[in-house]
Design a protein. Structure first.
Length: 397
């Protein structure tokens, strides 16, 4: 299957776009459905699907690091420099996450407390995770060792999460630092709606391990068989997680399947691998189908999910205000399923259009930056070179 860019894969962008769509539906129904509409199975399924976007984003962030590592190694960059650039990118995302919290706090005035500025949201976690991935790659240096170290680290974080959330809770840390460990915030105990290192960084580490497999020579030479294997392996992991969860043995004093259980982590990794396989099959099949249509040349290569998957940061940032914020397009907790679904369609279409505009502007932004660089590099004109007889006063005749 053709790549989407220099070191992008179409089905990976498709999967990220799917995560955006699942995120939209989770947020829209959670914000807009009236209390009566939240009591049925529809809302429960919506919330169950809502357990996937964050793992997908983090898993793909890890896989993307592997793709970038491969791209930069081919360009001749040293592993140490690649690790440093990965960590630097993580710091940039963390800074954007803090900026996003400032925006949300400002728009939430006068009710929003100052502690909201330090809430650990998904952008914060992606930034911290990327810095951890840079550290892992700096320690491992090779693809095989990176995959092993990242996989072992993911397993370790997952296995320690039930303890870090309960009996090993680091209460000696200030709450704003402990919150990055277990999501305690100001509530005295971990909050499942936040995104601390335990367990969320494990998904990024697992993604890095998967990405190193994805760029291996056998996977490149036989991508179809490789993705079939990913799907089959994911199904095995999912079944194994359910089997382990059904055992009467309990290793932890407090067991919470939906929030801290290693079994739930394993199940979601299995689902992610199956989605990767499905995404590859879907993108390959639709590409072949479109190419055979009479009008296929005009639409070949365009997919709404792939499009928003390439600009997931901005669509995440913007949609929040039109769903949860003061600019919500529907009354909060006051709509039925039909009205909320119509609102969801509107949000999706608007975000696709925003993504298209962002893609076009991004190309223009690069051209503007290049023009500014050339302008700055030009030497200052002096004397007659400036078009004046003795300086910069009169215009050129």
């Amino acid at each position: 299957m053709p790549p989407a860019g220099k070191h992008r894969l179409t089905h990976i962008d498709w999967m990220r776009g799917l995560a955006c769509l699942l995120m939209f539906q989770t947020h829209c129904y959670d914000s807009w459905l009236a209390p009566a509409a939240r009591k049925g199975g529809f809302f429960r399924w919506s919330q169950l699907l809502g357990t996937l976007p964050a793992p997908i984003f983090l898993f793909l962030a890890g896989a993307a690091v592997a793709l970038v590592v491969d791209h930069k190694l081919r360009r001749g960059l040293a592993p140490g420099r690649i690790a440093l650039e990965t960590a630097r990118r993580g710091a940039e995302i963390l800074a954007l996450g803090l900026l996003f919290r400032v925006q949300e706090w400002a728009l939430g005035q006068p009710k929003a407390p100052w502690t909201d500025l330090l809430r650990v949201d998904i952008l914060n976690e992606i930034g911290v995770s990327l810095m951890l991935l840079g550290l892992v790659y700096a320690m491992a240096r090779t693809r095989g060792k990176t995959a092993l170290l990242a996989g072992a680290s993911a397993a370790g974080i997952s296995l320690m999460t039930p303890l870090v959330w309960t009996t090993w809770q680091p209460r000696w840390l200030p709450w704003y630092l402990e919150s990055y460990i277990n999501g305690v915030h100001t509530y005295g105990r971990p909050q499942p709606w936040l995104f601390p290192i335990f367990p969320w960084a494990a998904f990024a580490l697992a993604g890095l391990a998967f990405g190193m497999i994805l760029i291996s020579a056998p996977a490149r030479e036989h991508p179809g068989w490789a993705h079939l294997g990913y799907g089959a392996g994911g199904a095995v992991l999912f079944a194994l997680a359910l089997g382990l969860n059904a055992l009467p043995v309990r290793l932890y004093p407090v067991y919470d399947f939906w929030h801290t259980s290693p079994n739930f982590f394993l199940a979601r990794i299995g689902v992610l691998l199956m989605i990767v396989s499905l995404g590859y099959a879907w993108c390959s099949w639709t590409a072949k189908l479109v190419s055979r249509l009479p009008f296929g040349a005009g639409i070949a290569g365009f997919s709404p999910l792939v499009q928003i998957g390439t600009t997931s940061l901005i669509v995440y940032w913007v949609h929040i205000e039109f769903v949860y914020g003061d600019f919500s397009i529907l009354p909060k907790h006051g709509s039925g399923i039909a009205a909320a679904s119509a609102g969801l369609v509107s949000i999706f279409v608007a975000m696709v259009l925003l993504s298209l505009a962002r893609t076009r502007w991004k190309g223009g932004g690069v051209r503007v930056r290049e023009w500014l660089r050339r302008l700055v590099r030009q030497p200052f004109p002096v004397g007659d070179e400036a078009g004046t007889a003795g300086g910069w006063g009169a215009p050129r005749e």
